[in-house]
Design a protein around this ligand. Structure first.
Ligand SMILES: C[S@@+](CC[C@H](N)C(=O)[O-])C[C@H]1O[C@@H](n2cnc3c(N)ncnc32)[C@H](O)[C@@H]1O
Length: 368
């Protein structure tokens, strides 16, 4: 990971104000928030965030942090070790939304040593070992932002699908806080229809399909729709961003033995399969129990069947060499089970354009 590590303890702070208008209230809430951000609630065997408890439905425990580390390896591999696809010059300030353990922010801090990098999250689970130009804050990105407007050269968010309830507001805040010419970028995985078999959907009625459909329904009930990735480009254009690109890329999850000479695809799959295996419970537990009122046992049965289905050689995620792959370069994706990753990025124009303009008829540019 990082070479230029400096120990910084504690590596994060709760934001100066907790996004209320009343300063006294801010201070009071800030103090109590500092004391309670580690007061993690436990539910059905998993640990969740304490600050603004209930806002986000994935856990923040050690198991989840391991999952985020696996995901970091996957993202770096599919993106040729680049942290961003935005054509940046030298950003002075970078903001990482929902930074988690801070993996992306640390990479960005190393890559742009002159920039000030801020990572923000509901959970104080960030790494203690950070480059000197990286710092972390605990705050809710769905609330009022207290950073300086027009100040960031890059605002980035990764794997926020299913976390955000009001994307319009998040995009508006991002627009307002980017400097003219600055970029907003999201890196997302489609978790609702994630598993394709050489371009086909999951088998209807299969345990994985049942799990996925329930997850989708639960995320809609929570107003945090999981399949937002393909819509973000259009939303960004409506908000006034320009040169918006939505790049969709296959992410191999299983590569057939005979095809393992393709070391890059095999390497990605080596991390992607266990990461997705862990994602089944990470995404499923609170969504299924809290939103669909299932018992822990009911949820566990559904999740276990989905996991077995994903791992079994004859399961829904099994190989099928006869189905045509979706990607254009046939050689590159034959015999692999894939899901889709999305890189969505766009620029705030130099001159302000009107926001919330009527929906454009043309779809956002999806490049595969
Ligand atoms: C799936 S994790 C991704 C973490 C990190 N971006 C990465 O790629 O490693 C989503 C993160 O977003 C954070 N998050 C969700 N809703 C948030 C909110 N309203 N404000 C701040 N952070 C939030 C969660 O706490 C979690 O750490």
């Amino acid at each position: 990971m990082s070479n230029s590590i400096q120990e910084s303890y504690p590596p994060f702070g709760v934001s100066d104000g907790i996004n209320t208008n009343d300063e006294a209230e801010d201070l009071e809430e800030s103090c109590s928030a500092s004391a309670s951000i580690f007061d993690y609630p436990y539910e059905n065997g998993r640990r969740y965030h304490a600050f603004r408890a209930g806002r986000y439905l994935l856990p923040n425990d050690e198991i989840e942090q391991e999952r985020l580390d696996l995901a970091q390896s996957v993202w770096l591999l599919i993106n040729d070790s680049l942290v961003t696809r935005s054509p940046l010059e030298q950003p002075e300030r970078i903001l990482d939304l929902g930074t988690g353990t801070g993996n992306w922010a640390i990479e960005a801090g190393d890559l742009y040593p002159e920039a000030e990098v801020i990572g923000v999250d509901l959970s104080p689970i960030m790494s203690e070992f950070v480059p000197p130009n990286v710092r972390f804050e605990v705050d809710d990105i769905e609330d009022r932002w207290l950073w300086k407007k027009d100040s960031f050269g890059l605002i980035h968010g990764r794997s926020l699908s299913g976390a955000i309830q009001n994307w319009e507001k998040l995009l508006q805040n991002s627009y307002d806080h980017l400097c003219p010419g600055g970029y907003l970028e999201f890196q997302e995985i489609d978790m609702v229809n994630p598993f394709t078999n050489n371009g086909n959907s999951l088998k209807a009625g299969s345990p994985l399909m049942i799990y996925t459909e329930l997850l989708h329904e639960a995320s809609i009930r929570n107003s945090s729709q999981l399949d937002v990735a393909s819509e973000l480009g259009i939303m960004m254009e409506r908000m006034g961003f320009v040169d918006v690109r939505c790049e969709r890329q296959e992410l191999p999850v299983r590569v057939q033995q005979s095809n393992q000479q393709d070391s890059k695809r095999s390497q990605i799959a080596k991390y992607a399969l266990p990461m997705l295996q862990m994602s089944i419970e990470a995404y499923g537990m609170a969504l299924l129990t809290r939103m669909l009122n299932m018992s822990e046992l009911e949820a566990r049965v559904i999740m276990k069947k989905a996991e077995d289905d994903m791992l079994e050689s004859e399961g829904s995620l099994s190989y099928n060499a006869y189905d045509p792959p979706l990607c254009t370069d046939k050689e590159d994706c034959v015999d692999a089970n894939t899901i889709f990753s999305y890189f969505i990025f766009g620029r705030k124009p130099e001159a302000r354009t009107p926001t919330s303009s009527p929906a454009k008829k043309t779809p956002a540019h999806v490049h595969t």
